[in-house]
Design a protein. Sequence first.
Length: 154
Amino acid sequence: MENPPLKTMDIHRVLHHLPHRYPFLLIDRVVDFQKDDFLVALKNVTYNEPFFNGHFPVRPVMPGVLIVEAMAQATGLLAMASRPEEVGERALYYFVGIDKARFKRPVEPGDQLMLTVRLRTVRRGIWAFQGEARVEDQLVASAEIMCTARDYSA
C-alpha cells in the first residue's frame, strides 16, 4: 500500500525546502497543501522580532513588505513540494513580480498570520500565484505573486 502524500510540514521540513534563516525565515509551519494547487502556512508574529524595534516603537506593526515576503516564501514551498525536479536542491527560487498588493489592516505582535497561496499558472519558468494573508479569518493582505527558479551552481 502506497503512503498518502504529506499535507503538512513542520519547521524541519520548511528549513529543508527554503534557504531562508533567522531573521528572514517567515514561515513556521505548513498546515495544509495540495500538489500543484494550494498551500496554507502559518507565521507566529512575536514581539521580539527585530523589525518591531523600529516599525513602530510606540505601536509595533509588521511591515507590509514582510507580509508579502511571507506569502512569497509560501509560494516557494508549494513550488518545491509540487515539482522538485524543476525547483530542486540546486535552485534558488526568486521573487520576480508582484501585482495588486493590498493591505487591509495592521498585523501586530501576538497575531498569527495564516498564509494561503494558490498556483495559477506556470509558463516559461515563471510561476504565478494568488496569495492571501489572514488573521483570525480576517483578510489583512492579498497579492498576485510571480517567481522563478534558477540553478545557483552556474
